[in-house]
Design a protein around this ligand. Structure first.
Ligand code: ADP
Ligand code: MG
Length: 299
């Protein structure tokens, strides 16, 4: 595995406010990472620090295993962290030619990149005639002109209509499928779920979870139960090694599983132990519920 970016105990303070707190994670080549968190959780600050546009307060980061300077490393990074800004009276082609001159990269990739983002047919239209979605796609094409190792996007679908959102997500998936590593910040759980292979969840600048998107669902679910003899049920569950926390609310008992168990085996087990249920439902939290509980929880 090749590490593209390593972030170690990064902290950023703005006066008394800690925007990023002791954050560590690493980005491996070929994956699509989402930094997921509600507004104000420190996503843009984190991206700004690793792109050298925001100074860190403590901690450090290194690109490509630290083998080259940050200045040289950033030449291999494509990033869009602001609203796309091009010359309105110039066409897509003219704007991208200018970008090539500024970045000192050859112009021979322009058409290929416009094709990638679905703008080849509109290459001779002025930027001012583009919709917001097209502007965003042009920005992606522009960020790809130097064939970066990694593409960084901050809230890439903000402000777009549903069709525009869908187009951007498809383009991100296509870029990833061709081997470019991607790091995107988003406050939208479904965006991260749809586009990313890995996720780093932030809340108030702190990491709550990082790992494969699929493994966010590792919980084995929970049972909602009622019994004729409630206290006996609670005692039994409390002593059972397969269960974590037991909650009671309005006579309904919620028991969170620490390992796999079917509803029928629990029912049988309880009956054998003289506990008769009047209500039994097995549920699995959706990713959304988990995200909400991760981000709303513990103040
Ligand atoms: P996100 O991108 O997740 O919405 P940000 O990284 O933009 O979050 O912001 C994290 C926190 O830092 C927020 O509370 C925000 O108000 C604060 N913040 C960001 N930039 C500045 C700044 N230049 N000065 C003071 N506070 C800032
Ligand atoms: Mg932001």
């Amino acid at each position: 595995m090749e590490t593209i970016l390593t972030v170690n105990h990064l902290t950023k303070k703005y006066g008394y406010l800690t925007a990023v707190k002791d954050l560590s994670f690493s980005i491996e080549k070929g994956n699509v990472y989402g930094i997921l968190g509600p507004n104000g959780s420190g996503k843009s600050t984190t991206l700004g620090i690793v792109l050298n546009v925001i100074n860190r307060t403590a901690g450090d980061f290194s690109w490509f295993g630290g083998s080259i300077s940050t200045h040289d490393a950033l030449k291999k990074v494509g990033a869009i962290i602001e609203r796309p800004n091009f010359y309105p009276y110039m066409t897509a082609i003219q704007n991208l030619k200018l970008v090539c001159k500024i970045k000192e990269v050859p112009q021979d990739k322009i058409e290929e990149k416009l094709e990638m983002v679905g703008l080849l047919e509109r290459k001779n239209s002025k930027f001012s005639t583009y919709s917001l979605g097209m502007k965003q796609r042009l920005a992606i094409a522009s960020a790809l002109l130097n064939d970066p190792e990694i593409l960084i996007l901050d809230e890439p679908t903000n402000g777009l209509d549903p069709q525009g959102i869908h187009q951007i997500r498809e383009i991100i998936k296509k870029i990833a499928s061709e081997g470019t590593t991607i790091l995107l910040a988003s406050h939208l759980l479904d965006e991260v779920e749809k586009v990313c292979s890995h996720v780093i969840i932030l809340r108030k600048g702190e990491k709550l979870y990082s790992g494969p998107v699929g493994e966010m669902l590792t919980t084995y679910g929970f049972f909602e139960l009622k019994a004729i003899d409630g206290p006996a049920l609670v005692t039994y569950l409390g002593n059972h090694p397969s269960f974590g926390p037991i909650k009671q609310e309005n006579g309904l008992i919620t028991a969170i599983l620490k390992e796999e168990m079917t509803a029928s085996s629990l029912n049988q087990d309880l009956f054998n132990n003289g506990i008769v249920l009047s209500h039994l439902v097995k549920r699995k939290e959706s990713l959304e519920e988990q995200f909400l509980s991760l981000t709303n929880h513990k103040d």
